[in-house]
Write a protein that binds this ligand. Structure first.
Ligand SMILES: Cc1ncc(COP(=O)(O)O)c(C=O)c1O
Length: 382
């Protein structure tokens, strides 16, 4: 079958899963008010950092008694900081169903070397969260960015748990509901659903997480950029905007712009609806094709941000080469950038559907998927 190229192209072909597309109204001018060349400890600097913290609380609906801090090294920094500062007080359940969660498992098992049970599921599947022992600490990723599988609900996490829940929510925050009362540590980076810049992490702590920090000292040394307590007390200043080390005020300004944009689209509800509409458009597309399917086995676990797809046509013998060739074709046409599956994930495509992506761009992309698939399959056996 000869396919003609579709008539419409996405206005913005950026479908990367991080750094993700900027908000549609973003321009460089949006950063004009950044206090560049000023100290982050000046009044204007502190005000901006505080606004970033309070804006996060407002949009995400984070309870007033939870602390929110801006910390070094993006989501990785925030999650590592939490694990290294809090784990070891009791045994831990390490939960993973894709690459990033697996990274946290091996960190705890091979680096911290504390008593840990690993609960691991394959790409496309999820660990049975109801079977975990929440009287131990539990570390997990809410949305597995590299498999497109997310926790369907936090209902199975008991309110009266004795352990802490540590949740890497970097590709969930601002697109999915996070049950704050079930989560003691939540981390994310600005570079995901908000389309912000990387390098700064957000660390959110429940009162129980603070209690752990103030009552337990790990057996291992902590570098300065991981230290959240001094003399057995939480360093409260970190959670009012006095960061551990110097942040980029340009990135802070960029995040403040994204928060304003989030307000303009209706806050968390509006952001979630945008991601849902994007993902739904792709799910519908897959449903009406017999050569492509969601990597997530159970529809209830399908991500609305990192939508991961696999090719299911029997004629394909080298799945990795096929998927790469499709992604390359789309990139060469300038209609989709960075949509190849993650390097450790099964072969396929990953199309970011977070809130900053316009549904019209997803819709414009879909006929190009038909086109690229047909063009590539026609080379098999040719
Ligand atoms: C689930 C998850 N955790 C951690 C990371 C690492 O994030 P960062 O590079 O912002 O530290 C990513 C990045 O894609 C991710 O998807």
């Amino acid at each position: 079958m000869v396919m003609t190229t579709p008539a419409t192209r996405p206005v913005n072909p950026r479908f990367s899963s991080g750094p993700c597309a900027k908000p549609p109204t973003w321009t460089l001018d949006a950063l004009a008010d950044a206090p560049l060349g000023r100290s982050h400890r000046s009044a204007v600097g502190k005000d901006k950092l505080k606004a970033a913290i309070e804006g996060t609380r407002e949009i995400l609906g984070i309870p007033d008694d939870y602390r929110i801090g801006i910390v070094p090294a993006s989501d990785t920094g925030a999650f590592e900081m939490a694990m290294w500062s809090m784990l070891g007080e009791r045994p831990v359940q390490m939960v993973a169903w894709e690459s990033f969660g697996s990274g946290w498992v091996s960190d705890v098992v091979k680096q911290l070397k504390i008593e840990a049970t690993a609960h691991v599921a394959d790409y496309g599947q999820i660990v049975d969260m109801a079977a975990l022992n929440f009287d131990q600490d539990v570390c997990f990723t809410w949305n597995g960015t590299t498999s497109g599988v997310r926790v369907p609900s936090g209902d199975v996490i008991p309110a009266n748990r004795a352990g802490l829940t540590l949740c890497d929510a970097t590709s969930a925050a601002f697109a999915q509901d996070l049950p704050w009362d079930k989560l003691d540590v939540v981390t994310f980076s600005w570079q995901k659903v908000m389309g912000g810049e990387a390098a700064h992490g957000m660390l959110i702590l429940s009162p129980r997480a603070v209690e752990r920090l103030e009552s337990y000292t790990p057996a291992w040394p902590l570098p300065k950029i991981f230290r959240l307590t001094k003399g057995g007390k939480l360093i409260e200043d970190i959670f009012t905007g006095a960061t551990i080390n110097t942040p980029s005020m340009l990135c802070v300004e960029d995040y403040l712009f994204a928060l304003d944009w989030a307000r303009a689209v209706g806050g968390l509800k509006g952001l979630r609806a945008r991601a849902d509409a994007n993902a739904q458009a792709i799910w519908n597309f897959c449903e009406s094709r017999d050569w492509i399917a969601n990597l997530a086995d159970d529809p209830a676990t399908r991500s609305n941000t990192s939508v991961c797809l696999k090719f299911t046509d029997d004629r394909i013998s080298d799945g990795a080469a096929f998927a790469k060739a499709v992604a390359k074709r789309l990139e060469a046409e300038g209609v989709a950038l960075d949509i190849g599956a993650y390097r450790d994930a099964p072969a396929g495509l990953r199309i970011w559907c977070g809130a900053t992506v316009e549904t019209s761009d997803i819709q414009a992309l879909l006929p190009w998927l038909d086109w690229a698939f047909e063009a590539e399959i026609s080379t098999i056996g040719a």
